[in-house]
Ligand binder design. Structure first.
Ligand code: UD1
Ligand code: MG
Length: 456
């Protein structure tokens, strides 16, 4: 049987107090519903239906994929009504997994277990025991421990309210079962809603076995209704990533103070200090050391790279043994060859820095090539922009650029050339030549200093 997934995401999320639809609020930089979608993608689904309502247009434009189809629920008349909107699209004979877009941390392993029970004669129901079950639907069992029904909090009697096994809302059935049961739902209950949970009693009455499965951890089935719960699940998610990193051989100064908002692959003996944020795709080779409070996005850091505190990297390659920072900002297209060094308050963009070259202090180097072992003095600026176009600066191997120089691009500084401090270079400097453009120093001996004006 093929597998179809229905994700409920039409609810308003009033308690988020947000203009952003609830299911688009991010965990680790990715919309909550995106986590659910990516998890089910690993299960080999034939279709994923997202039932949307509040903020439908925003949800449609944010969550995309060829395997994703949207079903609009114009009025939110209950979870049963929501699934019924997808019913005409479901195949004749498939397994159907029902999930919530605001329960983001559900794991594929749990769903696989649940799906083993979605057969012609049985269905799977994900339940959990909670110390405080308030608000949830309660699982009712008969004397033989068979599940017979789910009763919602608002419809439950005191005896039922004492039950601590609750409905997570996640279940696995067949499309044939849904076609049989959903048309029979009624809204004759305290909330006037079509409850999906009423299918449980229907299953029991027709002799379909209701098999329950529990998640490995209750965080898997926790929903987000407000920003506090969003923050709590963010921490759960981040701690999982931290544990995976430590298991892979990374030392974390504090597993509670790292945020991975993308994919971080780290080799052995990597050290990451507190407060670092990783975004997009980041690769850290053996022995990389990352100082505190660095932000690293889409980067490859070769073996032995050391980043000092407050370094910001975006779309860069550091080949190996590079020292960068503190307070350095390497922007898209920065490529450091091995042993190149970047110091404090240096900004680079679209630049290739050759082996062993140094840009140690207070510089802007953009649209440039810096040759091997070149030394770029403090305060050097590549003037790459004429107000309309960007131009390239080429600095040869072993060149020495004196402090506080402006290199007006397009410009070429030859190999082994020297630029005197304070120069404004507008014409090519030949290999091994010295270029200086600073004004000659003037000196007046025994110059009388101005004296303070007398007030009268
Ligand atoms: C539901 C279950 C309850 C369970 C709880 C777990 C029912 C009747 N009750 O209750 O047994 O313990 O979840 O969290 O199913 N939604 C729609 N359209 C609607 C209504 C809801 O898409 O018309 C979506 C919501 O966006 C949400 C999910 O379905 O993602 C659950 O809806 P919610 O209103 O939170 O259900 P609960 O009353 O909490
Ligand atoms: Mg709810």
């Amino acid at each position: 049987m093929s597998l179809e997934v229905v994700i409920l995401a039409a609810g308003q999320g009033t308690r988020m107090r947000s203009t952003l639809p609830k299911v688009l609020h991010p965990i680790a930089g990715k919309p909550m519903a995106g986590h659910v979608i990516d998890t089910v993608r690993s299960l080999n689904t034939s279709a994923i239906y997202l039932v949307i309502g509040h903020g439908a247009n925003q949800v449609r434009s944010t969550l995309t994929g060829d395997d994703l189809a949207f079903v609009e629920q114009l009025e939110q008349l209950g979870t049963g009504h929501a699934v019924a909107q997808a019913l005409p699209k479901l195949s004749e004979n498939s397994q159907v997994l029902i999930l919530y877009g605001d329960v983001p941390l559900i794991k594929a392993a749990t769903l696989k277990k649940l799906l083993t029970h979605a057969t012609a004669t049985s269905m799977g129901l994900l339940t959990v025991n909670l110390d405080n079950p308030t608000g949830y639907g309660r699982i009712i069992r008969d004397a033989q421990e068979q599940v017979t029904a789910i009763v919602e909090q608002k419809d439950a009697n005191p005896e039922q309210l004492a039950i601590t096994e609750i409905n997570t809302g996640i279940l696995a059935v067949t499309s044939q079962q849904l076609h049989r049961w959903l048309p029979q739902l009624s809204n004759a209950n305290s909330q006037g809603e079509y409850y999906l949970t009423d299918i449980i009693a229907m299953a029991y009455q027709e002799g379909t076995l209701i098999e329950t499965v529990q998640p490995a951890s209750s965080a898997e089935v926790e929903g987000v209704n407000n920003r506090l719960q969003l923050a709590e699940l963010e921490r759960v998610y981040q701690l999982e990533q931290a544990i995976a990193l430590m298991t892979a051989g990374v030392t974390l100064a504090d597993p509670a103070r790292i945020d991975v908002r993308g994919e971080l692959n780290a080799a052995r003996d990597v050290f990451i200090d507190v407060g670092c944020v990783f975004e997009g795709q980041v690769e850290l080779a053996d022995g990389v050391e990352i100082g505190p409070y660095c932000v690293i996005k889409n980067a490859h850091l070769g073996a032995g790279v050391k980043l000092a505190a407050f370094t910001h990297l975006d779309d860069v390659v550091l080949a190996g043994n590079n020292h960068v920072g503190p307070f350095a900002r390497l922007r898209p297209g920065t490529h450091l060859e091995t042993n190149a060094k970047i110091g404090n308050f240096v900004e680079t963009k679209k630049v290739r820095v050759g082996q062993g070259a140094k840009i140690n202090h207070l510089s802007y180097i953009g649209d440039a090539e810096v040759g091997a072992n070149a030394n770029i003095g403090a305060g050097t600026i590549t003037c790459n922009y004429d107000g309309v176009n960007k131009h390239v600066t080429k600095i040869g191997a072993g060149a020495f650029i004196g402090s506080n120089s402006s290199l007006v691009a397009p410009i070429e500084i030859g190999a082994g050339a020297t630029v005197g401090a304070g120069s404004i270079i507008t014409r090519k400097v030949d290999d091994h030549a010295l270029a200086v453009t600073r004004a000659k120093q003037l000196q007046k001996a025994n110059w009388p200093k101005p004296s303070k004006k007398q007030e009268n």
